[in-house]
Design a protein. Structure first.
Length: 526
C-alpha cells in the first residue's frame, strides 16, 4: 500500500486546480522555496458528473505533467494522487490538513472558472484563519463581470455586438478601428457541405501509454462513461503537444475551417475542426495565442488561408468562448434552474449507448462515446436538436453534455447546452431556438442516404423522426414563443415558420401531431 505523502513546512500554500495549467502565469515567474504548490486528484471532481473515461485521464494526465514541469522549474509541488492515503478526496478537507501539517501562514488560489469551486474556496478561505491571496488566472480576455456590465438591463446579450467590442479591444483582424476586409463577419461565404468523396486531413492524434492511470481510476471505482485505448491515449497532455496541435490546425485545417464548419460526415469525425478546446479549457494554451497563430497563418498565406476562414475561427474564440464565460458569471446560479419550455422528459437510454436507428444520432453518440468529442454542429443540430424537439428536461441534457466531452467544464458547457442548444434560458444566449427538421441534417451531411428512416417522409412508418418532431415542437410551444409574453422580435424571427405551419391543411397538421405523439410515446425504440 502507498504511504501517505506528508508535505514539508512552508510559509505559503498555493492551490493549482486541474484546469489551471497555464505555463506563463505570474506565479511561475519567481521560484520561492517557502511556497508550496498543491495539486490534487479528487473523487469530489471525478464524481460530480459521470465523466467520460478519456476526460478523467486527460485531466489527471495533464495535471501530472504540469506538476513535473513545475518541479523541473524549481518550484515545490505537493501532488496528491487519487490513491494517496492522505487524500481525503475533498478539496476543503485536503487543504485544511495541508495547512495544518505545513504550518503555512498564508493561502493563495487562482479564481476558479466554476461557481461550485468558487463558493467552496470562498468558504474555505473565510474560515482558514490565515491571510488569503486571490489571483486572476490571466487566461481570459475579459473579466468575469464585463459582459454583464456591457449588457446591463438588457434581456438578451447580443453576441455580435460583444464580438465587435472584442475585435476592437484585441486588434485582431483590424485596420485601425475598421475590420479588415470591410466586414465583421464572413459567415455567408462559409458553411458548405463537402462532396461525399471528400477526404479531410486525418486528425492529429498523440500516443500516450496511460494504462497505469487507467488502472488507478478503475481500481478506485470511479464511475465513467465511454471507451478508451489507454495504451494509445490520443489527446495532448502538455504544452508542447498542445502547441503541436495548434500548428497542425493552422497548417492543415484552417484553410477549410469556415467552409466546412457545419459539415457532418459519417466517415470523418473531426473534419476541419481544431480539437483545441481541451488544451484551451485547461489553459495549456491561451485564447490570444491561438488567435494570433491563426491570423499569422492567414498573413503568411492569404490566398490559401483566406480571410473568411480565419475570421470564422477567431470569432469562435474571442467571440463565442469569451461571451459564454460572461453569460455564465452574469447569470449563474439561477441559469442552472432555467427551463423555459417546462420540459420534463427523461433522456432516452440510447443516448448512453448510441443504439438507435437514426444514423445521424447514432454516429454523433457513438463518436462521442469513442472519442470524447463531437464537433459543434453534431452537438447543436443533431443531439441537442433532438433533445429539444423531444422535450427532454434540461437537467438531463446538461448531465449528459457535462460528462461526455473532453472539454466539458460547467462555464462553457451549461451556457452552450441550456442556453444555445436547449433555449431553456428563454433567449438570453440565442435569439430563437436552434431546431431543424431532417432537411438541415441532410443538407449539411451525408448520413441520411444510409439511414433506416426516410428524410423526405414526414408521417409514414419510416419517416425521419426529426420531421414530425420539428412541427410538434412548434405547435406545442406556439403560445410560449409567440404569445403575449413573447420576446420582442420573436415574430420576425419565427413568423415564417408559423405561417408555414398554419398554412398547412388541418389534416396535414393533425397527421404531423399524431406522428409526433407516436414518436414520443416510442422514443426508446427509435
Ligand atoms: C450543446 C453544446 C455543448 C457544448 N459544450 C461545450 C463544452 O462543454 N466545452 C467546450 O469547450 N465547448 C462546448 N461547446 C462549444 C463547441 O461545440 C466546442 O467548443 C467545440 O466543439 C470544441 O471543438 P474544437 O476545439 O474542435 O472546436 P472548433 O470548431 O475548432 O472551434 C475552435 C474553438 O472555438 C471555441 N468555440 C467554438 N464554439 C464555441 C462555443 N459555442 N462556445 C465556446 N467556445 C466555442 C472553442 O474554444 C474551440 O476550441 C458546446 C456546444 C454545444 C452546442
Ligand atoms: S433520415 Fe433523419 S434520422 Fe436518419 S440520418 Fe437523416 S436526419 Fe437523421
Amino acid at each position: 500500500m502507498q504511504k501517505p505523502t506528508e508535505p514539508h513546512p512552508a510559509r505559503l500554500i498555493r492551490l493549482v486546480l486541474g484546469d489551471q495549467l497555464a505555463h506563463d502565469h505570474t506565479w511561475w515567474h519567481r521560484v520561492e522555496t517557502d511556497v508550496l504548490y498543491v495539486m490534487m486528484e479528487m473523487r469530489q471532481e471525478t464524481d460530480y458528473a459521470w465523466h467520460h473515461i478519456q476526460k478523467v485521464l486527460a485531466f489527471f494526465g495533464a495535471m501530472r505533467r504540469f506538476a513535473e514541469h513545475l518541479r523541473q522549474q524549481g518550484h515545490r509541488v505537493h501532488y496528491l494522487t487519487l490513491d494517496d492515503p492522505a487524500n481525503t478526496q475533498d478539496l476543503v478537507q485536503n487543504l485544511t490538513c495541508i495547512l495544518a501539517s505545513t504550518g503555512a501562514q498564508g493561502f493563495g488560489y487562482q479564481l476558479p472558472d466554476e461557481v461550485r469551486l468558487d463558493e467552496q474556496l470562498k468558504r474555505f478561505a473565510a474560515g482558514s484563519g490565515v491571510p488569503v491571496e486571490v489571483a486572476d488566472t490571466e487566461h481570459f480576455l475579459t473579466t468575469r463581470s464585463e459582459l454583464g456590465k456591457l449588457f446591463a438591463g438588457k434581456k438578451q446579450y447580443l453576441m455580435e455586438r460583444f464580438y465587435r467590442v472584442m475585435r476592437e479591444r484585441t486588434g485582431l483582424l483590424m485596420l485601425g478601428d475598421q475590420p479588415i476586409g470591410g466586414q465583421w463577419n464572413f459567415d455567408h461565404n462559409n458553411r458548405q457541405r463537402p462532396p461525399i468523396e471528400h477526404v479531410p486531413p486525418p486528425p492529429l492524434l498523440f500516443d500516450h501509454d496511460l494504462r497505469h492511470l487507467y488502472a488507478l481510476v478503475e481500481r478506485s471505482g470511479v464511475r465513467t462513461i465511454g471507451s478508451v485505448d489507454a495504451a494509445h491515449f490520443p489527446w495532448p497532455l502538455d504544452r508542447t503537444e498542445s502547441l503541436a496541435l495548434l500548428a497542425y490546425f493552422c497548417t492543415h485545417l484552417l484553410h477549410r475551417f469556415g467552409t466546412y464548419q457545419d459539415a457532418m460526415s459519417p466517415h470523418h469525425w473531426a473534419m476541419y475542426h481544431a480539437r483545441l478546446s481541451f488544451s484551451m479549457n485547461v489553459k495549456l494554451l491561451s485564447p490570444m495565442e491561438v488567435c494570433v497563430a491563426a491570423v499569422a497563418a492567414h498573413h503568411a498565406d492569404p490566398d490559401r488561408i483566406t480571410l473568411p476562414q480565419v475570421e470564422g475561427f477567431v470569432r469562435q474564440i474571442i467571440g463565442w468562448r469569451e461571451y459564454m464565460r460572461g453569460v455564465y458569471w452574469a447569470q449563474m446560479p439561477s441559469f442552472a434552474q432555467r427551463n423555459f419550455f417546462g420540459h420534463e422528459r427523461p433522456l432516452p437510454a440510447w443516448f448512453w449507448t448510441g443504439r438507435t436507428r437514426m444514423v445521424c444520432m447514432r454516429d454523433a453518440i457513438t463518436g462521442s462515446l469513442t472519442n470524447a468529442y463531437a464537433h459543434h454542429i453534431q452537438r447543436l443540430m443533431v443531439t441537442g436538436n433532438f433533445a429539444l424537439l423531444a422535450g427532454v428536461h434540461p437537467d438531463a441534457v446538461d448531465r449528459w453534455y457535462l460528462g461526455i466531452y473532453i472539454d466539458a467544464i460547467e462555464w462553457v458547457e451549461i451556457t452552450n447546452t441550456r442556453g444555445m442548444s436547449q433555449f431553456a434560458d428563454g433567449g438570453i444566449v440565442g435569439t430563437k431556438p436552434y431546431v431543424s427538421s431532417g432537411a438541415y441534417i441532410n443538407k449539411m451531411g451525408h448520413h441520411c442516404a444510409g439511414c433506416y428512416y426516410d428524410v423526405n417522409d414526414r408521417t409514414g412508418a419510416k419517416a425521419c423522426p426529426f420531421n414530425a418532431l420539428y412541427w410538434h415542437f412548434h405547435a406545442r410551444n406556439h403560445e410560449r414563443l409567440l404569445g403575449p409574453d413573447a420576446r420582442p422580435g420573436m415574430m420576425v424571427r419565427m413568423g415564417m415558420t408559423y405561417r408555414t405551419w398554419f398554412k398547412m391543411p388541418t389534416a396535414t397538421r393533425q397527421a404531423l401531431l399524431d406522428k409526433g405523439d407516436a414518436l414520443l410515446a416510442n422514443i426508446e425504440d427509435l
